[in-house]
Design a binder for this molecule. Structure first.
Ligand code: C5P
Length: 236
């Protein structure tokens, strides 16, 4: 059986799994909380986005499993200036901005459904978490990638609130056609991510739920930091 990071010795600091649907704030909240606590941060959605971007570049169909899996080796996460694993490097080139484009939002869940892609990315994600003191964000971190994580958080907000935030992030007017497209896309991704047979989006049974509707960004960060600090206390 493969070894999960919790089974090995590691320095002080916890392994924190942070799951939730698209635009629930996992990456911004998780990164800010990690920075306050001196933890590393990894946004695993970037790995799926990078494979999707590369598949589009190379005209690989999401049904061509073998060719898709071959793309995984070319993808790398690198630290940004604040030490977060938030830069995507493909073939030595930084493509971080490209993988966040709307065209990738439309295709990524299709690629993320492919079981072979998920297992190819599994060991990469576990290796990144191995040294502990990390917040790892995704959809299946608490359930599949790091089932022995010291703390599992599930960050959620209504789909309307998440769509408003994504539109604001991209400088899109809240009531135009473009904003409606973002809402429809989030609904579609929620459906695809939650209903896929392999590693669907769902909270682990032992996850602590953090809802961010109506919260300011700072309030949600504070709630996440407080959860991690209490888990650190319990682990002492
Ligand atoms: O979090 P983000 O929206 O960037 O993730 C993009 C997509 O990658 C998700 O819609 C989901 O299909 C997939 N994903 C996943 N498992 C993860 C992280 C992301 O399936 N751990």
């Amino acid at each position: 059986m493969s070894e999960t990071p919790n089974e090995r010795s590691r320095g002080p600091g916890l392994i924190v799994a942070l799951d939730g649907p698209g635009s629930s704030g996992k990456s911004s909240v998780g990164a800010a909380a990690a920075q306050i606590l001196g933890y590393r941060f990894c946004d695993t959605g970037l790995l799926y986005r990078a494979v999707t971007w590369l598949a589009l570049q190379r005209a690989v169909e999401s049904t061509d499993t073998e060719a898709l899996v071959a793309l995984v080796a070319a993808v790398e996460l690198a630290p940004d200036e604040e030490g977060r694993l938030a830069r995507v490097i493909v073939g030595g080139v930084d493509v971080t901005a490209d993988v966040r484009a709307g065209s990738i939002d439309e295709r990524v869940s299709e690629v993320a459904r492919v079981a072979e892609i998920r297992s190819a990315l599994l060991s990469r994600q576990r290796a990144l978490a191995r040294d502990g003191r990390i917040v790892m964000a995704g959809r299946d971190i608490g359930t599949v990638v790091l089932p022995d994580a010291d703390l599992k958080l599930f960050l959620d907000a209504s789909v309307e609130e998440r769509a408003r935030r994504r539109a604001a992030e991209r400088g899109i007017a809240p009531d135009g056609v473009e904003a409606a497209r973002i809402l429809a896309d989030l609904r579609r991704r929620d459906r695809m991510d939650s209903s896929r047979p392999v590693a669907p989006l769902r909270a682990a049974e032992d996850a602590v739920h953090v809802r961010s509707d109506g919260n300011s960004f700072d309030e949600t960060v504070a709630a996440v930091v407080a959860q991690i600090r209490s888990a650190e206390e319990r682990a002492r």
